[in-house]
Ligand binder design. Structure first.
Ligand code: F6R
Length: 605
């Protein structure tokens, strides 16, 4: 949700800011802007629309010379996507410029106070109060003004601040929104995410909440919330620049779909040792755990829905899945005998963070399954399993989801061993299935050359239904989300048995129904539902194993998947559905990596 960058050094800042913003565009892309300091003044350029438009407007940055600057790409919260609402915002006297990611919750009262004092507002944003507070509190000491301003703000904010009176430094502030400092030689940076930094430096400082930093070309000084300077560890960024590039693919989403076998292997490899699952990163005694609560948002929540079956079956512990946005306000029945599992690719999802804090305050320990190293959730959790998927740039998650599933499967097997809930032979059998997942996912990618053709057939549909039972139902949830978010086709998922309790009224001639039938134990039941919808004219596209002849003869079209033990099959079944959604979106001319109204990393409530 919004991306911010900052540069201070010897080079012209604007091209570096634009490059950084391009990398952050997945965080929000309805407007953008940069501010650059030169000769004691701040020049600002903003556009409604994408970074490409900003690059064009500024002639690739050449119209804003200067070696210190800040930039922003916006996902609108307060106020429509307009030039006026785009960041950076400037103070009335023109001496300050501010970029902001997050939400200032008390902005209305601050706005009223500032207006009464004579400050005028040019935008509808919550952010603009920050820049006027800076002007109000600045009396020749920028650090003091930053501290006094921050002390007035409630909510979440990562801020980048310039002051034309102090041309050789800039400030970055973090409270509940991601902010990373890039440590260079003769130049320094800040950004919402390491992808904007890796082209320039691999050395990063991860700011924590309440901390702020002063950046000059020659150094970075981090301060705690009381203004005390202290030394902060410099970490090495392990992602390389190629990982954040398209690598010859037309879209990041396609690249990330294809990367999944490798990503799943990377999640597993460090945790498989001497014929067993080893979770070094988690020293928890599962014997005292009476209940597991999994919480997350969106696809991550659906990963939890799919893995619930494996955890319950293998660990014999009841698993409850909760949407983070609901759990946080539900006063949950959770205590120290509950293990909370928090899933998040970005590690920055606001609702997930809040739900985690709520459950921790009830005494539960939190195990986070997170992709982004050093992210807020990773830091706040009691234990953390990184998924090691590499950067996920496409807004719609693919490898984020399948690696979350993989980490949960690993946890399920680990738990089964710890709790002795499966015998050794069964444990080894399941372990072999897990190890085979990358290969099976690759097969699922390879065995469906017809997906593009299927997309041509189905892309004009007004709506689609995804149905399945048990683990197939969990995959249907994610399959439908993928379809709707990138192709803009209305897609609903239903537990197949539920159709006849109302929804079947919507089935009429030509209605596409995607039926998942990969779980042998219940395939017959789902087939009855297929017969029911076909009798009402539905066009059925079934997802099943090739040897399931009954389905092949029943369905209008087929997507094949290799045979997989149902407990772990979601990671394989979803792959062709991701690709189908991708091709349908492409047929419909959609902006696949940046679907409308969405942004990755939802750092607002
Ligand atoms: C859908 C998608 C979202 C995310 C959700 C949680 O393709 O990407 O539904 O899964 O916003 O994000 P994280 O995992 O970053 O917490």
């Amino acid at each position: 949700m919004c991306g911010i960058v900052g540069y201070i050094g010897m080079q012209n800042a604007a091209p570096i800011l634009l490059e950084g913003l391009k990398k952050l565009e997945y965080r929000g892309y309805d407007s953008a802007g940069i501010a650059v300091m030169q000769n004691g003044s701040i020049a600002v350029s903003k556009v409604t629309g994408r970074i490409a438009a900003l690059a064009e407007k500024t002639e690739h940055g050449s119209l804003l010379p200067g070696t210190v600057g800040i930039g922003h790409t916006r996902w609108a919260t307060h106020g429509a996507p307009t030039d006026a609402n785009a960041h950076p915002h400037t103070s009335n006297d023109g001496r300050f410029a501010v970029v902001h990611n997050g939400i200032i919750e008390n902005y209305l009262e601050l706005r009223k106070e500032l207006m009464e004092k004579g400050y005028h507002f040019d935008s509808e944003t919550d952010t603009e109060v920050v820049v006027h507070l800076m002007e109000m509190y600045y009396q020749g000491d920028l650090k003091q003004a930053v501290m006094r301003t921050s002390a007035r703000l409630c909510g979440s904010y990562a801020l980048g601040i310039l002051c034309s009176d102090e041309p050789n430094r800039m400030f970055a502030v973090r409270e509940a929104s991601p902010l990373i400092l890039g440590v260079g030689v003769g130049e320094n940076f800040f950004a919402s995410d390491v992808t904007a930094l890796v082209a320039y430096t691999r050395n990063a400082i991860y700011l924590d909440d309440g901390e702020f930093a002063e950046l000059t070309p020659d150094g970075i000084q981090v301060y705690d919330c009381t203004g005390q300077p202290f030394r902060k560890k410099v970490s090495r960024i392990s992602w390389d620049i190629q990982a954040a590039e398209k690598g010859g693919y037309e879209h990041f989403m396609r690249k990330e779909i294809m990367e999944q076998p490798r990503a799943v292997k990377a999640t597993m490899a460090p945790r498989l040792k001497d014929g067993q699952v080893v979770l070094d990163d988690m020293e928890i005694d599962l014997h005292g755990i009476r209940k597991i609560v999994i919480t997350a948002c969106g696809s991550a929540y659906y990963a939890g829905c799919a893995a619930k079956y494996a955890i319950e079956k293998l660990c014999h512990i009841p698993v409850q899945i909760e949407l983070a946005s609901e759990l946080r306000y539900s006063d949950p029945l959770i205590d120290a005998t509950t293990l909370l599992i928090v899933l998040s690719q970005s590690g920055e999802t606001a609702d997930t963070i809040a739900a985690m804090k709520e459950c921790q305050s009830h005494g539960a320990k939190a195990l986070a399954i997170v992709n982004v190293v050093g992210s807020t959730i990773a830091k706040l959790a009691d234990y953390c399993l990184y998924t090691w998927a590499g950067p996920e740039i496409a807004v719609a998650t693919t490898k984020g989801y399948t690696t979350q599933l993989t980490a949960l499967y690993l946890f399920a097997l680990y738990g089964a061993k710890e709790l002795r809930t499966v015998d050794e032979a069964e444990y080894q059998k399941k372990l072999q299935v897990l190890k085979a997942l990358p290969k099976l996912m690759q097969q699922a990618l390879d065995m469906n050359p017809n997906l593009e053709q299927l997309a041509k057939k189905y892309h004009r549909a007004h709506s689609m239904f995804f149905i399945g039972r048990n683990t197939d139902y969990a995959v249907a949830l994610e399959g439908a989300l993928k379809m709707k978010e990138i192709s803009y086709i209305h897609a609903e998922s239903y537990a197949a048995g539920e159709l006849k309790h109302g929804t079947i009224a919507l089935i009429s001639e030509g209605q596409p129904v995607i039926a998942l039938c990969c779980n042998d134990a219940i395939t017959e039941k789902t087939m009855s539902n297929i017969v029911e919808v076909k009798a009402r004219g539905a066009e059925v596209l079934a997802v099943a194993c090739r040897d399931n002849q009954k389905i092949v003869s029943l369905a209008d079209d087929m997507i094949f998947v290799p045979k997989v033990e149902p407990l772990f099959s979601a990671a394989v079944e979803i792959v062709p559905l991701q690709l189908l959604a991708y091709y349908v979106a492409r047929e419909n001319g959609c902006d696949i990596d940046k679907p409308k109204n969405l942004a990755k990393s939802v750092t607002v409530e």
